[in-house]
Write a protein that binds this ligand. Structure first.
Ligand code: ADP
Length: 339
């Protein structure tokens, strides 16, 4: 069983005044692709390193299956890890880099050659086996790191921002490859990123972390559509969810009891030619290629509205904004979701 259970797991670094990881409770299912998502400094890497055993917890328990592993060394946890900086051996060929973990553990056998070639073919780097890392592109180097991690046949695969050093088109390509790899290997993947596109496109579930605290764990569409905190609404989405004070929006919207902040996503607002729920004036327009974003001043709030790329609006124009009541989300003063 390669499930992972965290019970009130905390980490406070020496001399730090707050916990980098703060009482995290999380169950990661066997064979799941779980993405830990959060801004820089939120504690994602620390959490992953606690799971790997590279850091010691200062509180709480880590279980692999039913086994408490707090005192089990990283080597004995049956995991593989891939990092942002590829960390390959520069003087070894691609072949030798991939074969290294097996040779180093003394499990070298006659199957090794087949195994290296099988993995190289899975990662589409068969033709590069004789090269040195310095003769490879960033994307190719990261494929080699993946190969070196896979050959150990880990039960759990941990990845820490593995695509951050790659350019956009390579990132998109490797996102799809990693997702495919997860299916083929049939093992648990735990993947750390600050990139919402990576999280949304790859995760079975996303664990959202901020200031060391776990805010929400759920399927990407659930987190996107029903964030349990206004901060998550404003973190996810391009552009993010509009958050307005209910008093700014006037009487057209009946806010729920206890809700002082109203959230609505830019793609859920339409511009209407008829009198509608809100009126405002366009203060600026961002052209995004596939769409345009209108910044519309409504009361004291500025709402972002996503409109088709061929729309013709001009700065200064008054517009009527419409939306379905179902797309409104309500939050209390302290950001909590109000049902
Ligand atoms: P993220 O991966 O989300 O960027 P980290 O887990 O790297 O966040 O860091 C979380 C917090 O812990 C940050 O405030 C960081 O400065 C601190 N931190 C991380 N590693 C150490 C360390 N080895 N010693 C002291 N503080 C650390």
């Amino acid at each position: 069983m390669s499930s992972v259970t965290l019970k009130k797991v905390s980490k406070r670094f020496t001399n730090a005044e707050t916990d980098a990881v703060d009482q995290v409770d999380l169950e990661i299912n066997n064979k799941e692709f779980l993405v830990i998502l959060g801004p820089s400094g939120s504690g994602k890497s620390s959490l992953l390193r606690l799971i790997a055993g590279l850091e010691e917890t200062t509180g709480g328990e880590v279980y692999f299956g039913n086994e408490l592993v707090n005192d089990v060394s990283p080597r004995e946890r049956n995991i593989s890890m891939v990092f942002q900086n590829f960390a390959l051996f520069p003087n070894m060929s691609v072949y030798d880099n991939i074969a290294f973990p097996i040779r180093a553990s003394g499990q070298d056998s006659e199957n090794l050659d087949d195994e290296v070639k099988r993995i190289a073919s899975m990662l589409q780097i068969e033709s590069l086996l004789d090269r040195k890392p310095g003769e490879l592109s960033g994307g190719e180097q990261q494929r080699v790191s993946l190969g070196r991690a896979i050959i150990k046949k880990p039960k759990i695969f941990l990845m820490d921002e593995p695509l951050s050093n790659l350019d956009a088109s390579l990132r998109a390509e490797l996102r799809a490859e990693i997702k495919k790899l997860h299916k083929e290997l049939g093992i648990t993947f735990i993947y750390v990123t600050h990139d919402q596109t990576e999280a949304m496109s790859m995760a079975d579930r996303i664990a959202l972390i901020k200031d060391g605290k776990l805010l929400q764990v759920d399927k990407p569409e659930v987190i996107y559509n029903t964030p349990n905190h206004s901060w998550i609404g404003s973190f996810l989405g391009m552009p993010a969810m509009n958050l307005a004070n209910s008093s700014d929006l006037g009487d057209s919207i009946s806010a729920k009891k206890g809700a002082s902040v109203i959230g609505i996503r830019p793609e859920n607002i339409t511009v209407s030619s008829e009198k509608s729920k809100l009126t405002g004036s366009v203060i600026s327009i961002e052209y995004l290629g596939d769409s345009q974003i209108l910044n519309v001043k409504v009361g004291k709030s500025v709402m972002k509205v996503k409109v088709p790329n061929d729309s013709k609006y001009s700065v200064g124009a008054d517009v009527n904004l419409d939306f379905s009541d179902d797309s409104l989300r309500f939050f209390s003063d302290d950001g909590k979701y109000v049902k």
